[in-house]
Design a protein around this ligand. Structure first.
Ligand code: C5P
Length: 305
């Protein structure tokens, strides 16, 4: 995670992720599901500014940008103690027996309930940034283990730009990647809660292996990456959200090989060979006839640190 320190302020970028592959291997006794997933960072970032306080207070303020998108079916992001940023700060303080306080300002650009792990990325950035601000000296592996207590996707963000993640998502194997790719992110107007999608999922009878996709990613073989992409949650999420189904239908027409939903949705993406292809995807979506208005798109890169 890119961070910068000047005087008593640490500024840190928290990237979004997409899943190029997500298979559900089974349900566990603790209610979670065992997964095998390939996650990569994308160039859409929240920014956190962390400032040391002379009291023990932990404060969070949120600056939302218009593109964060109001999600009509879910509550707005809380700036109270249930926010993952404040939970991460409290956990780190408890673990390190630190008595310091901090004011945290979050510049929120990653949409909520979008399958991009914005909240998890914020939590990882908080652990990393406060470790620096409070000069605690914890190793990345220790921060990552703390992150796993906050959410299944949090540990991944200590190992950008790509990793193969198993368990409930918290067991992270970094993947060597020297390439980045053009990607078009497409945001349907409605979000979905991860828990709701997992609750509605019918477990598959057979599972798909994604290891070949990891090798294709290391080689930078875009055709092999695109043909190996898979998301077991996609059909379930579509059954819960017609707006998502419409986005995938239209994306598949213009980018038949590189289109997928990320995580538990609702963000969809098209992985593109070059800038021209990405521009064509956006133009197609802009010109298409939509039941509920054209979705917002972001053109960026996948596999960026
Ligand atoms: O770990 P996290 O808090 O992000 O998970 C949110 C919810 O998603 C969990 O409460 C659970 O319902 C579901 N989930 C799951 N299996 C996973 C990850 C998440 O069932 N591996």
């Amino acid at each position: 995670m890119l961070s910068d320190r000047s005087n008593d302020i640490v500024t840190i970028r928290a990237p979004a992720k997409v899943n190029l592959f997500l298979e559900v291997l089974g349900q566990r006794l603790d209610g979670y599901h065992d997964l095998a997933t390939l996650m990569v960072t994308v160039g859409l970032y929240d920014t956190l500014e962390l400032k040391e306080e002379c009291t023990r207070d932990l404060n969070l303020s949120i600056v939302s940008y218009p593109q964060t998108g109001a999600r009509s079916d879910l509550q707005a992001l809380s700036d109270g103690p249930d926010n993952l940023i404040l939970r991460a700060a409290e956990l780190l303080r408890k673990q390190s027996r630190c008595a310091s306080g901090a004011s945290i300002r979050l510049h929120k650009r990653i949409p909520l309930a979008a399958g991009l792990a914005g909240g998890s990325s914020n939590a990882a950035a908080t652990l990393s940034g406060l470790n620096r601000l409070w000069r605690l000296g914890l190793a990345e592996a220790e921060l990552s283990a703390l992150g796993a207590e906050l959410g299944s996707d949090v540990p991944f963000f200590f190992y950008p730009p790509a990793a193969w993640c198993t368990g409930r998502g918290e067991i992270v194997e970094p993947i060597q990647v020297d390439h980045s790719f053009w990607i078009v992110l497409v945001f349907p107007p409605v979000g979905l809660s991860t828990a709701r999608v997992f609750r509605a999922l019918q477990l598959p009878e057979g599972t798909i292996d994604g290891k070949a996709l990891c090798q294709a990613l290391t080689k930078g073989d875009l055709d092999a990456i695109r043909s190996g992409m898979h998301n077991r949650l996609q059909a379930t999420a579509c059954s819960l959200c017609p707006e998502l189904e419409e986005v995938l239908e239209k994306l598949t027409i213009v980018a038949p090989n590189g289109t997928l939903m990320s995580g538990s949705g609702t963000t969809c993406f098209a992985l593109c060979g070059d800038r021209e292809e990405a521009d064509r995807v956006i133009e197609h979506l802009t010109m298409a006839d939509w039941n509920s208005g054209p979705p917002r798109t972001v053109l960026t890169r996948a596999c960026v640190s």
